[in-house]
Design a protein around this ligand. Structure first.
Ligand SMILES: NC(=O)c1ccc[n+]([C@@H]2O[C@H](COP(=O)([O-])OP(=O)(O)OC[C@H]3O[C@@H](n4cnc5c(N)ncnc54)[C@H](OP(=O)(O)O)[C@@H]3O)[C@@H](O)[C@H]2O)c1
Length: 331
């Protein structure tokens, strides 16, 4: 089968189309003929891990060490990237009852990656579900990462109907799903923060107000929020505190140890708090999210599609930082 393989860390040109052995499913796995896979933050980081300066890794330094061990210190151990997929089941392992050949599915492989390929063997107890019936494969591949992350994170902060939420980084994969879920599922009043190009898009997701961070500092407009979600964790509790309502929460989705310490400190002092949480999506989260897409309460958002063989070009486009929603490779 064809796959995009990388055997050294580096710039997008390390991604090459190659012929590799087609996987065969274990007894509890399905063999998926992949039709589409989205290019996510994790793909970009994993492709160039060795050369990534510590300061540009947005999470705890300890995670960087674990990730380097998992992905390989000097060379990548997992040579095929891609952590979401949408496709058709071609074959099932001997113990599989949930799926049969011909079923259309979508899913999330997490740090195991492997979806930049024509075929993927995937365990049925992993994050996999029937594809929402009206969606194209391209649309479906854009759903599993951002939506399940956003759902897990929003559940940790117990948002109530009518509360005011602001999402900083609202045009990206997790941010755009957080805007949609917070407004359409949790019933919050959502403000999105993004760059000028993303404003119309974020408005279309259900944000009642959109702020262009290049032209306006939301901490200076006198508004206050019950929840501030900071996707890239570029802000700080001290900067945002005055924009939080009493008992309001600052949730940096990307965080280093200083923010963890603030979480511990503010959990003791009470009042306005910092909550750092890790999203650990499960199959039931994807199945839950699927219903929202099935009845069209949420919509997948694709910025651009590239054929699989143009994976390097897709990576360059994502790295340029102007995507809105997801970039998808079609296989
Ligand atoms: N806590 C967890 O469990 C967890 C799980 C997964 C990922 N993460 C973290 O989430 C991050 C990736 O999120 P993602 O996949 O949604 O990334 P993404 O798709 O690349 O989106 C990030 C968005 O941030 C916006 N942005 C860039 N600079 C900004 C600024 N100065 N102010 C406001 N917005 C800005 C960009 O939009 P514009 O074009 O509008 O600038 C971009 O759309 C990573 O740091 C990763 O470590 C955390």
């Amino acid at each position: 089968m064809k796959a995009i393989v990388y055997t050294e860390y580096g710039e997008p040109d390390v991604l090459h189309l190659q012929e590799v052995e087609k996987p065969s499913p274990e007894s509890n796995e399905v063999l998926v003929r992949v039709h589409a896979v989205s290019v996510n933050y994790g793909d970009i980081i994993a492709r160039n891990f060795k050369n990534l300066p510590a300061g540009e890794f947005n999470m705890l330094s300890l995670f960087r060490v674990f990730a380097r061990i998992g992905f390989g210190f000097s060379r990548p151990k997992r040579t095929i990237l891609g952590n979401t997929f949408a496709g058709e089941v071609e074959m099932v392992g001997s113990d599989v009852k949930q799926f049969k050949g011909g079923d259309q599915v979508f899913g999330y492989t997490g740090e195991n990656m492997g979806a930049y390929a024509e075929y993927l063997s995937f365990p049925v107890d992993g994050i996999i579900a029937p594809k929402p019936s009206h969606m194209t494969y391209e649309e479906a591949s854009a759903v599993p990462y951002g939506s399940t992350m956003a759902l897990c994170l929003l559940r940790k902060v117990n948002i109530q109907k009518g509360q005011r939420v602001i999402v900083i980084g609202a045009s990206g994969a997790i941010g755009s799903a957080a805007v949609q879920l917070a407004s359409h599922y949790f019933g919050a009043e959502v403000t999105g923060v993004c760059s000028t190009q993303g404003m119309e898009y974020v408005k279309s997701l259900g944000a009642v107000r959109v702020i262009d961070y290049k032209n306006e500092d939301f901490t200076k407009n006198g508004e206050s929020y019950d929840l501030i979600i900071d996707i890239l964790g570029k802000g700080s509790f001290s900067k945002y505190k005055a924009s939080l309502r009493p008992n309001g929460i600052y949730m940096p989705v990307s965080f280093k140890s200083s923010k963890l310490l603030q979480m511990i400190r503010t959990s003791v002092t009470g009042g306005k708090r910092v909550i750092c949480a890790l999203a650990t999506p499960k199959q039931e989260d994807l199945r839950f999210i699927r219903e929202f897409f099935e009845d069209r309460r949420l919509k997948p958002v694709i910025d651009q599609t590239f054929p699989l063989e143009k994976a390097a070009e897709a990576h360059r486009y994502v790295e340029a930082g102007e995507k809105k929603g997801c970039v998808v490779l079609t296989v």
